[in-house]
Ligand binder design. Sequence first.
Ligand code: GCU
Length: 415
Amino acid sequence: MRYFLFALTLLFTVLPKILRAQEGNQALPDPFTFNNGKKVKSVKDWERRRKEILETMTREMYGVAPGRPKNMRFEVFDLDKNALGGKVTRKQVTVHITENGREAKFDLLVYIPNSAKHPVPAIIGLNFIGNQAIHPDPGIKLTTAWVENSRMFPCAVDGKATDACRGVNASQWAVDSILARGYALVTLYREEIASDRKAQAFQTGIHPLYPGLQQREDNFGTVAAWAWALSRGLDYLETDEDIDAKRVAVFGFSRLGKAALWAGATDRRFAAVLSNESGAGGGKQFRRGVGEDINRLCTAFPHWFARSFAQYKGKDTELPFDQHFVLSLIAPRPVYLATAEDDKNSDPQGEFATARAADAVYRFLGTNGLPDGPFPALNQPLAGQIGFHIRPGGHDVKMFDWIQILNFSDLHLQK
Ligand code: GCU
């Protein structure tokens, strides 16, 4: 009887899960099939298909972004050629944007290695707690935008950054290593662009400049807004003669990794995309049905994606795409997915499934894609045009992640 019950439990709990996961993989939408059922046969066809994918994902998931603002100005308000003990030039730049009679602004922190051959390649990424949090450098302006007072970063008072917020997130930013490898590092703060608080969503930062976009079902979601701001950062870098704007990689961790992938997907000027545990709505494949699903995403963070995405709550296997389509939009440019064993929410296997599924597009476009082989062992990075690793530990950015990300960047961005 006990065995019978055990078998029954297996039948009704585990088996459907396995079947669902496999079914999902089998039913993966094909990036090479046009909406009308025709097949992509040439690179020219792919360009048209890519446009179709971009339109679908914009409409059904991320939402419409406004494009490059006509009225945008860069104000370099800080220049120190002897920062961080003299090895680095620090610039701080305010991006001013005026649209529809309203103004928004956000700051870029730019560190440029003095010894490297200029112009240098760069890595640009959003941060969680303010620019001043990535390094204790007292020259970094404290953000004036709202800062959360979390258990991990107990530094803000009444939502305002204090000196205690300096360097508070430094462990996730390998500033010295990045600069020593010859990259400029550029960062910007998510809250200055679009609030990540549910109640304040769309009310601060850049969203009030585009009220029309919020009326639509495919509204300008917060992840898309962060991605859009990364493109504005690149607009600035194109004007900075110390930077080689043709060699700028976009980096992001977690929700900001979702934004980095979407920035790379929508803006082909980014030479590479480096994502760390971007998870659901980032590198993770929804159809595997493991970890965070669409229902959880759209319930806990309804502002991240367009309202239209909520129609897929509980219907992860019915999406007309999956996240390998995002990688397909980035192709053939290099993309890296860093994952961690205990980050179950992000489903490392699901990120690998995405990389594997996108491989065909990368190969079709003439690159080596993701190296062949099964899911890799811990700490054994794979590095083709698509790169991947899984390390022990949980949701975080560790030195190990940065070393792999920098090795991958060296492979693709250093001349
Ligand atoms: C939550 C969310 C994830 C996200 C993460 C983060 O855990 O569910 O999707 O990636 O926050 O940004 O740290």
